[in-house]
Design a protein. Structure first.
Length: 52
């Protein structure tokens, strides 16, 4: 199946997001589910070059 947006074909990129189970449990229609959340990755500090 070819995907298009406004008539232009494209191929979606695949991204993997690492998740972990959290302690809170959720309930929907009588079924219990464990909640998953993305793993927090440390932010990379931007390097700003100072000039004088």
């Amino acid at each position: 199946m070819q995907l298009t947006h406004l008539g232009a074909p494209y191929t979606p990129s695949t991204q993997s997001i690492e998740t972990v189970e959290t302690k809170p449990k959720l309930s929907f229609l009588g079924r219990t589910f464990k909640m998953r959340a993305p793993v927090a990755t440390p932010a990379k500090p931007r390097s700003n070059t100072l000039t004088s």
